[in-house]
Design a protein around this ligand. Sequence first.
Ligand code: FAS
Ligand code: PHB
Length: 396
Amino acid sequence: MASEERTQVGIVGAGPAGLVLGRLLELAGIDTVILEARSRDYVEHRIRAGVLEHDTAELLAEAGVGERMRAEGLVHDGIELRFGGAGHRIDFPKLTGGRHVVLYGQTELVKDLIAARLDTGAPLRFEATDVALHDIEGEPWIAYVHEGAERILRCDAIAGCDGFHGVSRPAVPGLKVWEREYPFGWLGILADVPPSTDELIYAHSERGFALHSMRSLQLSRLYVQCDPTDDIANWSDARIWEELHQRLALDGWSLQEGPILDKGITPMRSFVAEPMRHGRLLLAGDAAHIVPPTGAKGLNLAVADVRLLAEALIARFTGGGEALLDAYSDSALQRVWRAEHFSWWMTSMLHRFPERDAFGERLQLSQLDYTCRSEAASTSLAENYVGLATDWWSRA
Ligand code: FAS
Ligand code: PHB
């Protein structure tokens, strides 16, 4: 006989979406239970995003989980676009009225959120398997297995924060899906070497795209565009560094090598599923949408979703009615499509397309040149990269 319990919001998934939502609801006194399929160790060491938008960093600090981010995160006031043998800096504060980004790995953010939740004792169940959603249009409940026992969680609402391969999106009937696959992926490395640059370098080269990012002043994170079906076994450390040297090359600048601690290939896609609500099931984060990582939007978009979702659920549970919940999907999708377009635009401008399209390549170079020369075009890149201010969406 399965043991039963009840909560106000059942959250499926302990990635950034589920953990931030859990934190915001907990601070508002809303009961939640988070169910996570994998182990704590797995979730805390899954290397993914690195850039926090201005308002994402602010939200984490306001939610009381930003202390280590403030101490160890790196505030960045710009990025460099490198093409045609020259580097061009995009100055964020100058173009956006003082906004910036913070370099702080998703692994660290997840560790901070998990620690905060375990510290308060709010339920967070790792290795919760066989999660199945039921009666999402009526009286929702979640069946799952934990510590060898069948469990039932009855909820007033379910937040599907279980990522692209989760069970929540498939539970929504009649979904409308938009998808675009790209003919390339990213090979990413984590290297035990100080970054060779103070700010991120996005490089367009004849050999393909490369990105020099970082995780700290001691740890570098770098990427090269590759065939999405390629096998990482085909990429020796020496071959990876050689490609990075060639694609990031600039007179008077050199790239420092170091031991590679982790390497992997990630395919790229743009994906949106609508609506993000069905009955009492609300989708947030990668469960509803995916962006190519070029614009550093994935994690930030997940946080933007749960900022809206938390506000709607808090209103629902504190006598504010369901108007914000009814508006959640449309409000979230406005931000989703803006991030989808920006991520597609950055990806299309910077990557070399396999069909060796000479005309397309000249268009890319012209777009890069214009983006760096025109204050209007630089401002457009900068305001999307640091993240449109939360109140931007309510302006006429
Ligand atoms: P997540 O996928 O992070 O979390 C979902 C959670 O749900 C996971 O912990 C999963 O174990 C759990 N789950 C899944 N199914 C479940 C089930 N049935 N029951 C219970 N739990 C379940 N974004 C960037 O901005 N920059 C990057 O460089 C970048 N690199 C990436 C590299 C890779 C390989 C991937 C896959 C993504 C990358 N992203 C990047 C995007 C990434 O950061 C996501 O946008 C971000 O993790 C989204 O957070 P969540 O929506 O919480 O989803
Ligand atoms: C990262 O540091 O992982 C990173 C930074 C910027 C991007 C994508 C990934 O656009």
